[in-house]
Design a protein around this ligand. Structure first.
Ligand SMILES: NC(=O)c1ccc[n+]([C@@H]2O[C@H](COP(=O)([O-])OP(=O)(O)OC[C@H]3O[C@@H](n4cnc5c(N)ncnc54)[C@H](O)[C@@H]3O)[C@@H](O)[C@H]2O)c1
Length: 424
């Protein structure tokens, strides 16, 4: 089966498929379960708490996002996933140390019932991890077929009407876009030949798209941001989006930078450093995975500040990003920013930001929103990269594979414009 049932209506059940049941994956799943039982609020979720104006100039036209867009309600969501470790969602959530043990204990039965399916994995792509729960196959192509049959089985066993996939797996080592990514035919040849330019996340994405399942990429991996995958998404009429959830430090950057620019305040340097101690931090201690993340984090300032148009303000900026693995901090990351700005007659000033955040608490509502909005996009017949979802990403994919929008407020405008089109 390729298409999703109930494609036009918001009725029926939605399965959220998650490769990578680690800190973010289990926090969104446990969070939805807790919210359904009235044990918490969906804070950070635009689909659950947000409003928009149908007519931007008319206050009376304000509507609640989830109602106006007819999104699937939380009690009709189901979860399944893959991981290289065998532990259930309960065990993984306890190990991730994001949510309190008492809350997890309350959800023990539901969380324990979700066990990860064997993963497509390669240590060549994530050097600092290894686990036993793996698929075996002759080629990437063969492994994609196995993921496709997992998808079909879940759809059947859980009697799901529609499915979406959100990648919450580890950051893979940097891959340079190459000829094998240029067209679907070349990509499929490379899959059969076990080409190292193909990574596990691409295998899941290929399986999802060719099963008619929309795909969101929460990591900075190349994955679907290549012409071959866009071709596949268009062929199967499926929407895709990515890359890299915009959560802590980059979220702050894309809030502060547009403000400085709005007041024509100059910038000479932005030094960002982080300490984090979760498994994501351990993976990012590998230079290959860090490079993938660094490129994603560095890209935002240029596009917001537009140094070509404002060379006197932004023509010579030093922008540095560091991530340090520091186990005692666990998932509770600390991100410091030193921002060197200049004002009237060039006089220098400094801004210091110290964000004591919780990575997975910030990322979980994004996974929920993306799943519900991709499902909606598919029901509305949208396909290929969804620029209006750039609001959620550090390195947004664009339809023409062109320049993405990074300014959070312009991204919110794109999101609301699309909400208005959907609701009219
Ligand atoms: N938390 C945030 O704020 C945030 C923001 C942006 C991006 N991200 C990205 O989201 C991803 C998940 O973050 P996390 O904190 O949950 O990390 P995590 O290490 O806790 O979880 C990742 C999980 O993916 C599993 N995994 C790795 N490769 C896999 C594969 N091929 N198939 C199936 N499972 C696989 C790992 O075993 C692990 O359980 C990372 O790539 C991270 O960079 C997170």
């Amino acid at each position: 089966m390729t298409g999703n049932r109930g494609a036009r209506s918001g009725k029926g059940s939605l399965g959220i498929l998650i490769p990578g049941l680690g800190a973010v994956g289990t926090t969104v799943i446990a969070g939805v379960m807790a919210i359904r039982r009235g044990l918490g609020l969906p804070i950070g979720s635009v689909t659950q708490l947000g409003r928009f104006r149908q007519d931007p100039n008319d206050e009376q036209s304000e509507r609640i996002v989830k109602d106006a867009l007819n999104l699937v309600p939380l009690d009709r969501l189901h979860f399944a996933g893959w991981d290289i470790f065998e532990g259930s969602c309960y065990e993984s959530a306890v190990e991730s140390r994001v949510l309190e043990k008492e809350l997890l204990q309350t959800l023990h039965g539901e969380l324990s019932a979700i066990r990860p399916m064997p993963a497509v994995f390669s240590r060549d792509h994530v050097k600092r991890l290894d686990g036993p729960n793996l698929k075996r196959g002759r080629s990437w192509f063969d492994l994609a077929e196995q993921v496709k049959s997992d998808i079909q089985q879940i759809r059947k066993e859980q009697a799901l009407d529609r499915l979406v996939m959100v990648w919450c797996g580890s950051t893979e080592t940097f891959i340079t876009p190459n000829q094998q990514h240029e067209s679907l035919a070349a990509f499929e040849r490379a899959m059969s030949a076990n080409d190292p330019g193909i990574s596990p996340s691409m295998v899941y994405a290929y399986a999802a798209l060719s099963s008619g399942v929309p795909f969101a990429n929460g990591a900075p991996n190349l994955t679907v941001d290549i012409p071959a995958m866009v071709e596949l998404a268009n062929e199967y009429q499926v929407p895709v989006c990515g890359k890299d959830f915009k959560t802590g430090q980059t979220l702050m950057k894309t809030i502060i930078a547009p403000g400085l620019k709005a007041r024509m305040i100059g910038l000479s340097g932005w030094f960002s450093t982080n300490i984090l101690g979760n498994r994501d931090g351990a993976v990012l201690a590998d230079p290959g995975s860090f490079k993938t993340k660094e490129i994603s984090k560095l890209s935002v300032l240029d596009s917001i500040l537009d140094p070509k148009r404002y060379p006197e303000l932004y023509g010579d900026i030093t922008h540095t990003v560091r991530i340090n693995y520091y186990p005692p901090r666990g998932d509770n990351k600390e991100g410091w920013d030193n921002i060197d700005i200049n004002g009237w007659l060039g006089y220098p000033m400094q801004i210091k930001v110290d964000f004591l955040c919780r990575d997975s608490i910030l990322a979980a509502p994004l996974v929920l929103d993306l799943a519900l909005l991709l499902d909606l996009a598919q029901r509305k017949g949208l396909r290929g990269p969804q620029d209006w979802l750039s609001f959620y990403f550090k390195s947004p994919m664009t339809a023409a594979l062109g320049q993405p929008e990074h300014d959070l407020f312009r991204q919110q405008q794109l999101l609301h414009d699309q909400f208005r089109r959907f609701a009219s």
